[in-house]
Design a protein around this ligand. Sequence first.
Ligand SMILES: [Zn+2]
Ligand SMILES: [Zn+2]
Length: 282
Amino acid sequence: MRIDLHTHTTASDGLLSPEQLVEKARQAGVQVLAVCDHDSTEGVDPAVAAGKRSGVEVIPAVEINTDVDQGEVHVLGYFLDHRQGWLQEFLRKLRDGRVNRAKQMVEKLNALGIKIDFARVRELARGAIGRPHVAWAIVEAGAAKSVDEAFTRYIGRNGPAYVERLKVLPEEAVRVILRAGGIPVLAHPGWGFHEPLIPQLVAAGLEGLEVYYPDHTPAMQAHFLSLANQHGLLVTGGTDYHGEGFATKAAIGSQYVPPEVVEKLKERYAEKQKLGAGTQPS
Ligand SMILES: [Zn+2]
Ligand SMILES: [Zn+2]
């Protein structure tokens, strides 16, 4: 059984539409797929509908980008009720922050003599705009040879055109996902400074750890499994697939995720449903 609980669509920085993503998953033999766009659930309904047509089970999800002093922390939310108005308002605020940030980066790049147009960045982004789209525009303008180089030279944390994000703490993302009836999971905990944050996120209500991830070595995987046990956390996993070529570490469905991961996620979701979580009026 192939499972991929971490994928992106054009609703954020993925290259495939929700329908194309589901088709790609079907071709790869993926039976359970979660669509986790950055700060957006716009891809969820079309993916669920496409999944119903082609026999791929699609789990609604999101990946909220948050910030701590050391950098970004991503919090996944599974089975959240994405139709809630207050949640959409929260996500919209994050996306607007992205747009403003991209505009400011374009201004800084223009001031550096790099001629890129914000309209082009928006066009490249299609969905939620992010630094990768600015990087593509830089490459298109011939000011860097690759997205990596665009980051290193211009828009990386220490680059001359870097602009801070609208800050959201990971704890806030955890609370938002819980309030929407979802299961908050720390994404790719192998990213440098993430591990020391786990106890405080557990205190805020974190319920899972993304143990199975292409960047994780077998030793890291074993370590995160034991950490999850220690804190009573669920485990999840996926490829973080963005479409071929761009920001993609592994082919869709190629990261081994044990089937009981999905069973346990569903059990937790059923428990929440029973308790009426996420149905509070806002
Ligand atoms: Zn992420
Ligand atoms: Zn991701």
